[in-house]
Design a protein around this ligand. Structure first.
Ligand code: HEC
Ligand code: HEC
Ligand code: HEC
Ligand code: HEC
Ligand code: HEC
Length: 396
């Protein structure tokens, strides 16, 4: 662990993120509405638009908890998490000086507070995050993510999927990672998420089994004929383009869950086997720690319920002396229970003696009960059960 920290410190010195200021006229998505109305509206519904700590209860309570348990100021933790959640922030590090200022109540006019309160970042992962990435540095150590893995374009230069296109408002350039290689853009942040102790609790890039479809095909939808811009640049007409949606639906969206896993049931003597198959190119659950699959099993005789039970597939995280904690403070974690990408997991349960049939229902939950209660989450979405699949079997 010490060696790892030393290595991280050395590499950090080499690659500390370079801040490039975003000019006022490009900072906010509102500035793009005049010519990209549909895209801005889609994006406003996305969870990328909620990645700022003020807009996501689970995220903001995690920050407070990490700060309390690691005895840091909440603002230092905010800066740390901003690497991926808010990568246009103007400070990239806080340090001991800042912690002392906070203790003495002298941080009021500090650069750190100014950066955290700045309107530049209150939209979270907005247009000028993805479309101002100049280069993705694949040569950097795997632990460098978000702003530490990219360099930014000059303010006013938008990168996108098209070649040689023009706009009166901004400059444009084509990038492969906006076009044929867009998985690389997603992996800037959707990979190698780790605890403050260096425990990697998700790594979508490692588990990924590339199939025909890329991340954008499923999470931005298929390409359809439309317009990238509503400006009439073609002799009074708009230019027709193949475009996608910017709403990035994912684990918080019920429609995405239906049939995300397939289910098979069969009986072997007095045991019932439940196969959960995952056709997706990444594990499920994945993405963030403490997600959960719930398998509800109901035994019936004629039309009466004779017995029911529930199996939870989730991961648990512990700190010193085995105390339960949230993923970001983990020193250890339990085994990986996720259904592997393009793979399956088979569970066995005993047949209830006099049952004549069994019904199995699979659900997904964003936060397991342990972390839900540690953080005292209040909003309904965190305990909602998203329906995935169901099946019945007559028993012999
Ligand atoms: C999480 C990253 C991300 C964010 C945030 C984002 N975009 Fe995009 N955008 C993409 C990707 C990837 C594509 C290419 C999609 C494809 O394959 O067609 C794209 C394509 C576009 C295009 C070309 C049309 C199209 O659909 O291909 C425009 C214009 C655009 N984005 C504008 C915006 C605006 C305006 C915002 C802010 C409201 C925004 N984008 C936010 C990733 C992003
Ligand atoms: C005055 C109109 C106008 C405004 C305002 C505007 N754009 Fe554009 N943008 C365009 C036009 C026109 C195109 C080219 C569309 C085409 O060729 O189909 C374009 C293209 C793009 C592309 C695709 C570039 C490529 O090479 O693939 C991106 C990304 C983009 N705009 C982002 C933004 C963002 C982010 C904002 C807000 C900060 C913004 N635009 C504001 C007119 C505008
Ligand atoms: C700058 C970092 C960053 C980049 C680049 C990025 N994401 Fe994200 N993404 C995040 C963060 C952080 C969240 C969580 C926001 C929240 O829940 O508050 C998120 C959330 C999502 C979600 C919602 C998941 C859910 O559980 O509902 C999807 C889907 C998603 N991203 C897909 C993509 C795709 C596809 C790309 C590439 C085109 C991409 N992201 C690029 C950081 C990023
Ligand atoms: C073949 C379609 C497909 C592709 C390709 C795909 N996903 Fe997914 N993804 C899904 C489905 C289905 C789910 C489960 C329902 C949901 O959360 O949207 C999911 C879930 C997720 C989640 C939430 C995971 C969880 O357990 O909480 C994230 C984040 C995500 N995907 C990001 C990505 C990224 C990044 C890529 C590319 C590296 C990608 N996906 C590629 C279909 C796909
Ligand atoms: C390596 C980039 C990265 C860093 C650094 C990072 N996150 Fe995230 N975080 C993500 C991505 C990507 C997602 C979306 C994954 C998903 O939805 O499955 C996410 C999602 C989350 C979620 C779930 C939000 C939801 O709506 O379900 C929480 C909570 C969270 N992060 C907390 C934190 C905290 C606290 C920190 C700082 C201590 C932090 N993250 C630092 C990439 C990062």
């Amino acid at each position: 662990m010490k060696l790892f920290l030393l290595f991280t410190l050395l590499v950090s010195a080499l690659y500390s993120a370079k801040v490039v200021e975003v000019a006022q006229e490009y900072q906010s998505s509102q500035k793009c509405k005049a010519c990209h109305l549909e895209i801005v509206k889609d994006w406003e519904d996305s969870w990328h638009a909620k990645s700022h700590y003020d807009k996501d209860e689970y995220f903001s309570k995690s920050i407070e908890y990490v700060a309390r348990k690691s005895r840091k100021s909440p603002n230092s933790v905010k800066v740390q998490c901003a690497t991926c959640h808010n990568p246009r922030i103007a400070v990239t590090d806080t340090g001991l000086d800042y912690e002392i200022q906070v203790l003495m109540d002298l941080d009021g006019n500090s650069k750190v507070n100014e950066a955290i309160e700045s309107s530049v970042i209150n939209e979270g992962i907005n247009c000028v995050v993805c479309h101002n990435i100049d280069k993705i540095h694949h040569d950097r150590d795997d632990s460098f993510r978000g702003m530490d893995r990219v360099s930014w374009t000059k303010s006013g230069l938008m990168v996108g999927p098209f070649d040689n296109t023009t706009s009166p408002y901004h400059k444009n350039e084509h990038r492969d990672f906006m076009d044929t290689k867009s998985d690389e853009l997603c992996f800037v942040c959707h990979a190698n998420d780790r605890s403050v102790n260096g425990i990697v609790f998700t790594n979508m890039q490692d588990e990924y089994k590339k199939q025909e479809k890329g991340c954008v095909d499923c999470h931005m939808g298929a390409q359809t004929l439309g317009v990238a811009s509503t400006l009439r640049t073609e002799k009074g007409h708009t230019r027709k383009r193949e475009v996608r949606k910017h709403s990035f639906p994912g684990a918080h969206t019920q429609e995405m869950w239906v049939n995300a896993l397939t289910l098979e049931l069969w009986q072997e003597q007095d045991e019932i086997l439940i196969a959960l198959k995952n056709p997706q190119p990444h594990n499920i659950p994945s993405g963030f720690g403490s997600r959960e699959l719930i398998i509800d099993i109901t035994y019936m005789k004629l039309d009466q319920v004779v017995e029911s039970k529930s199996i939870s597939l989730t991961r648990h995280y512990t700190r010193r002396k085995g105390k339960p904690t949230i993923p970001h403070l983990a020193e250890e974690m339990s085994e990986d229970i996720s259904i592997p990408a393009d793979g399956k997991k088979v569970l066995k349960v005993k047949k209830e003696a006099d049952a004549s049939s069994v019904e199995v229902k699979v659900y997904y939950r964003l936060v397991n009960e342990e972390v839900h209660s540690i953080l005292d989450l209040k909003e309904a979405i965190w305990s909602k059960k998203f329906f995935v699949n169901s099946k019945s079997l007559n028993l012999k």
